[in-house]
Design a protein around this ligand. Structure first.
Ligand SMILES: Cc1ncc(COP(=O)(O)O)c(C=O)c1O
Length: 393
């Protein structure tokens, strides 16, 4: 019993009343887009394992091999003695693939965003408060980074670059470095940002462009290296993760050498955290070998997503602005999304309900994430189950 348990319980009761309480439900991965939960095998359309690499033998083998050769832990932070030759090798390989001068590994995407943004908005570095323009639907970790830095966000309407342009113009006379902070693929709507236009706006308004590529890395852009790698304009910092299409864990920042060297000296989340361990680095290294070879899987993923969207539209189900492997089915009310998710589970499909505060109120949804591991028969099963379970509002 902790001192605050009565308050914790009150809070949980309120969440129960609003159908908003979350719980942790253990599952067992079964590979090939399937998991086992509550004694049943379910087709999993809720993971971010877009290329099916989480169980790929090359990643598993190299993770095990590097752990056996170099140990279970990295034993210290990057700046003490935790930077193994392996970190430097993976960073160099990643920078080559991304076409940037340098890359820097972080322990997770959340940690990278929460720690890198405050380092960039540093008043000592910039001499003034930053002007930070952010997409309204940015991921929680980007909000957290802004909040940790104590900056006020100037929010533009989701993916509305005319609105961003007008806000930048509106603040033109004010002192301070401008930052545009956004994502290339939005995790809950599955839509993309227009990166070349973002880069042009950044150029015109003298702004630093920070692009979160968590859901694009591995899936979009040349050799799956994300939309910043298109090279259509300057992206000052591309952040991405190894935890989604790359099948493992951890994150990266790719950009100039000076940017990465600065972060090594100023970014608390890198300086004061133990470095990633060899097994994780082994999986990263193997993913970087595989991902450039997976153009056929990427093309299929997009084609399958297109089919799913068409099927949903045929049923009258809105899919927000989805144009990627993430296809939301908007239910509206939280309890409707939860009921739908339960009905799908009865039909052998895992489609998790996503609710506020992760998405705006009134837009609770099932977020379906497709994977190259899903077969055509899996997709048919999903479409049949949704057609069966969906009750129009
Ligand atoms: C856009 C975005 N950025 C960052 C993260 C955090 O990445 P990680 O899961 O590696 O901590 C996520 C994860 O969901 C995300 O969707």
């Amino acid at each position: 019993m902790s001192l605050l348990d009565p308050l914790f319980r009150q809070h949980l009761d309120r969440l129960d009343q609003r159908h908003s309480r979350r719980t942790l439900l253990p599952v067992r991965p079964e590979g090939a887009g399937r998991i086992r939960r509550g004694g049943r095998t379910l087709l999993n359309f809720s993971s971010n394992d877009y290329l099916g690499l989480a169980s790929h033998p090359l990643l598993v083998e190299r993770a095990g091999d590097w752990a056996r050769r170099w140990g279970a832990g990295s034993t210290a932070s990057r700046l003490v003695c935790g930077t193994l030759e392996l970190h430097a090798e993976v960073e160099a390989k990643l920078a080559r693939l991304k076409g940037t001068e340098a890359a820097l590994l972080f322990n997770s995407g959340w940690q990278a965003n929460a720690a890198v943004l405050p380092a960039l908005f540093d008043r000592e570095l910039l001499g003034a408060e930053s002007l930070v323009f952010t997409d309204r639907l940015n991921h929680a970790s980007l909000h957290h980074g802004c909040a940790a830095a104590g900056v006020r966000q100037i929010r533009f309407r989701h993916n509305d670059l005319d609105h961003l342009d007008s806000l930048l113009a509106q603040h033109a006379g004010e002192p301070g470095v401008r930052f545009i902070v956004t994502e290339s693929v939005f995790s809950m709507d599955g839509d993309r940002a227009d990166v070349p236009t973002l880069a042009a706006l950044a150029e015109r308004h003298g702004a630093f462009l920070f692009l979160d590529e968590a859901h694009a890395t591995g899936v979009l852009g040349p050799r799956g290296m994300g939309l910043a790698a298109l090279g259509e304009g300057r992206v000052d910092l591309a952040m991405g993760t190894f935890s989604k299409a790359l099948g493992g864990f951890g994150a990266y920042v790719a950009g100039s050498q000076a940017l990465c060297d600065y972060l090594v000296n100023r970014c608390g989340g890198l300086i004061y955290a133990t470095a990633l361990p060899p097994a994780v680095l082994g999986a990263m290294d193997a993913a970087l070998d595989l991902v450039p070879t997976l153009d056929a899987e990427r093309a299929r993923l997009q084609a399958v997503a297109e089919r799913l969207r068409a099927a949903f539209h045929g049923l009258g189900i809105a899919t927000a602005g989805s144009s990627t492997q993430i296809v939301p089915a908007i239910a509206g009310a939280e309890e409707d999304a939860l009921a739908l998710s339960r009905r799908l589970e009865e039909r052998g499909i895992l489609g998790i309900a996503i609710r506020p505060p992760t998405v705006p109120p009134g837009t609770s949804r099932l977020r379906f994430a497709l994977s190259a591991a899903h077969t055509d028969a899996d997709l048919e099963a999903l479409m049949d189950a949704v057609a069966d379970a969906w009750t129009p509002a």
